[in-house]
Design a protein around this ligand. Structure first.
Ligand code: BGC
Length: 398
């Protein structure tokens, strides 16, 4: 453009006619406009590419910030994503399926290719999976299974049946040889979470024969008592028991349910007790309620998640065990699956889980029971948590 106006001025100063001057000018303007248009388009393409690259490739939706378990997952995701080198975003649903759906919609509109989602409510989340699939997004169900839709491509999970089985085995191992009539209290997760059924199935697999032979007496569920002789329960039968003993994955619900149970039973149901608690947060709440009851002389209580607060309870003898589900492995599996999908491949499959509509391909990860005995090895030496998060570690066996 500068050149053009210089030429025009030069021509003008050398006496070139007006028409000639205007033609020259128009031709120059046309060239100038063409150059400008090319430049603008090129810049637009460049900016477009840049912003496309910067867009979120993987969307991660977790159920709530209010439980340390999911903060663990967020932290482990952030660590792993830095290394994976692609763009991702983590959003929380705060125990609200509507918020969860809005999160998924927002991520889909950002152009994600893969959605990694741990549903708040397994059935309600089907709508989110459907809308993501409609936009061509691959859906990975994370830790909890999305139910009743074909639009789940993969399930990254721990072996949840074995989590429940670990509780049952642990409690049975604490029964004095041959002693019958031991007090058993059952608690469960939220009925809206498919895992609650898997955990319960595993626990029942181990505990039921010992309930049937009188080793245990279930003190807080007449439905469980009525089904005592049935080794394999239907989902509906499990739902009946879970309905009586659910904590809704909520600490306050867990505490008030335990207190109500203790108020309802007589002294024969106290003394030494065995408590099947469904995760660490609820285990601490239930343990506190039982510890506060003077008629309870000793209790054994289960958990899961290896939360720092519960590990401290284990060191202090206030919680008996937890199940370590190494979130680092789960996160790695989820990221590997996302990378596979983005490269047009499929992730490894070792089994399937039926979600009511489909056998969803999966590769479950093994779990580890942690007690005072193997705490140092499994928690500290494995690098899961650093020693400075705890007090009293010196009391434990090396
Ligand atoms: C997870 C547990 C967690 C619970 C409550 C389950 O689906 O597997 O690790 O403690 O939800 O959030």
């Amino acid at each position: 453009m500068q050149k053009l106006s210089a030429k025009y001025l030069y021509l003008d100063s050398n006496g070139i006619g007006k028409v000639q001057k205007q033609e020259e000018l128009m031709r120059g303007v046309r060239i100038g406009i063409t150059v400008l248009v090319i430049a603008v388009v090129a810049l637009g393409l460049f900016v477009g590419c840049k912003s496309k690259e910067a867009k979120t490739q993987v969307g991660i939706v977790l159920p709530t910030k209010d439980e340390p378990r999911w903060i663990q997952d967020q932290t482990r995701f952030m660590d792993a994503l830095k290394a994976a080198g692609f763009s991702a975003k983590v959003l929380f649903s705060q125990g609200d399926s509507a918020k969860e759906k809005a999160n998924v919609e927002a991520l889909v509109s950002e152009g994600i290719k893969v959605l990694i989602i741990c549903p708040h409510d397994g059935t309600a989340a089907a709508a989110s999976a459907d809308l993501a699939a409609k936009a061509g997004v691959k859906v990975i169900s994370y830790d909890r299974l999305i139910r009743d839709t074909v639009n789940v491509d993969y399930y990254v999970t721990f072996d949840s049946v074995e989590v429940g089985a670990a509780w049952g085995k642990y409690l049975i191992s604490k029964v004095p040889q041959g002693k019958k009539g031991n007090n058993l209290y059952l608690y469960a997760g939220a009925a809206s979470d498919n895992n609650s059924f898997l955990f319960f199935e595993g626990a029942w697999r181990e505990l039921q024969p010992k309930i049937a032979d009188g080793t245990f007496i279930v003190r807080n569920s007449d439905k469980a008592v009525a089904l005592a002789n049935k080794a394999k329960l239907t989902r509906d039968e499990m739902a009946q028991i879970i309905g009586q003993v659910t904590t809704n994955w909520n600490f306050n619900d867990a505490k008030s349910k335990a207190e109500a149970n203790l108020t309802a039973v007589g002294p024969a149901a106290k003394g030494e007790v065995f408590i099947c608690a469904p995760n660490d947060g609820t285990a601490r709440a239930i343990a506190d309620a039982f510890a506060a009851d003077k008629a309870v002389t000793k209790y054994y209580i289960t958990g899961q998640d290896a939360e720092i607060a519960s590990l401290q309870y284990i060191i202090d003898g206030k919680q008996s065990m937890t199940v370590l589900k190494d979130v680092r492995t789960l996160v790695k599996d989820a990221i590997n699956a996302a990378v596979a999908y983005m490269g047009g491949k499929t992730p490894p499959v070792t089994t399937t889980y039926n979600n009511g509509k489909k056998d969803v391909p999966a590769k479950p990860t093994a779990i580890v029971t942690v007690t005072q005995e193997n705490f140092i090895k499994e928690i500290i030496d494995s690098g899961y948590w650093p020693a400075d998060k705890f007090t009293g570690l010196e009391k434990l066996k090396k």
